[in-house]
Design a binder for this molecule. Structure first.
Ligand SMILES: C[C@H](O)[C@H](O)[C@H]1CNC2=NC(N)=NC(=O)C2=N1
Length: 97
């Protein structure tokens, strides 16, 4: 079962993501990043690769794809905010580029 990130664990887990283009969502305990690809097929292929891990980990993104852009928001709905699962999926998203 996921649990909300504590004050102590937020920094070490989130700072590397902030350095890699992720930001906090205004008024939500969630992180967001917009990915821009060469074309739609590249964007959708990346989404497909991410989806395999999201399903395996039972942790799914909130995302919107328009042509070659994918807007991603990560948060853990079961706990109403950020958990380690969000950081894990964010790292995986960046690694699958
Ligand atoms: C029933 C199912 O296991 C839960 O709803 C899972 C599915 N994927 C999920 N994804 C995210 N981002 N947060 C959750 O709390 C979550 N819970």
């Amino acid at each position: 079962m996921s649990e909300l990130l504590s004050t102590e664990t937020r920094g070490p887990l989130l700072d590397p993501l902030f350095r890699n283009g992720w930001t906090m969502v205004a008024d939500r305990d969630a992180i967001t990043k917009t990915f821009i690809f060469d074309d739609f097929v590249d964007a959708f292929g990346w989404m497909t690769r991410v989806a395999i891990f999201a399903e395996k980990w039972n942790h799914h993104p909130e995302w919107k794809n328009v042509y070659r852009t994918v807007e991603v928001v990560l948060t853990t709905h079961d706990v109403g905010g950020l958990s380690s699962q969000d950081a894990k999926l964010a790292r995986k998203m960046d690694s699958l580029l």
